[in-house]
Design a protein around this ligand. Sequence first.
Ligand code: AMP
Ligand code: TRP
Length: 328
Amino acid sequence: MTTSRVFSGIQPTGDPHIGNFLGAIQNYVRMQDGHDAVYCIVDLHAITVPKDPEELRANTLRLAQLLMASGLDPERCTLFVQSHVPEHAQLGWLMEGTVSFGELSRMTQFKEKGDRSEFVSAGLFTYPALQAADILLYDTNFVPVGDDQRQHLELSRDAAQRFNSRYGETFVVPEHVIPPVAARVMDLQRPDDKMSKSAAAENGLVMMLEDLKSIEKKFKRAVTDSDGEVRWDPENKAGVSNLLSILGAVTDQDPKNLAEQYTQYGALKVDTAEAVIAKLGPIQQRFAELQADPAETSRLLRLGAEKAREVATVVYERARTNIGFLQP
Ligand code: AMP
Ligand code: TRP
């Protein structure tokens, strides 16, 4: 039996928050076992919004260290930086010829980001074509992501199928893996909005590397509602349900069962804060240790890129041949 391949990507755009951790990173760690797992820090995607070069470099290294501190083990998975494997950009161009203007225009992430930005780059628009390339380049079977990536994954599947029907069997059609709990962690102050780096109020956002005391405060101040009943009901009780799903995701329990164990919001907030802190504390410690040796992180990333290229070059060659490029 051949092991299935897992691939996912994460942008080096500042430190991740607990939504990134629970919706994505925690599952990257779990899926290292039993799969051939490939994880990519997508710096090519990050530059679709202009970035300060020194900041991008620093953020890329920090994210690699934070992913390793969270449990990604370079011995058990392939962890690398997208720009170190040139086939991503190359296959990205082939994908731009595969997905349509209409499809890209319907992407909600583009619409949201585009509306918010003064300068809307062409890359921000074609971003999902590059994402499809990332995934298809590794004959990927499963893609662990948070709920907000559903639409991009659907487009990647359509791109694979369209390319295969135009040029013959080339790509594996991937499936997304969205966690049953905490696939969409909400803002602690505005529980109707997704937790995101562009949060309106700082108190709504909990970063993975945040001071643990500050995390505790934010959970204690989390917005709930006035009816006083702890119940799992994401539609009508967004704040309480968000706390239940965070606690559930961190402790590996069903939020509906957890709801039955609480009668008071206060106790739920305290326990959720404690569970998050118990999870993040050791990660923060390992992160600090890894930060002491940036050269070692860079070395591991170079090895990761070499491993990734062993697959990427083969799949790119297949695509190149099938599309009709003349052999150099
Ligand atoms: P990004 O930082 O945009 O590259 O996102 C990295 C991963 O985190 C993606 O798989 C997203 O789907 C996931 N993610 C981002 N925000 C959230 C959130 N609020 N809840 C759950 N998952 C999220
Ligand atoms: N678009 C993803 C995000 O914003 C990041 C990403 C890029 C990705 N390439 C990918 C995710 C490939 C999964 C697979 O979170």
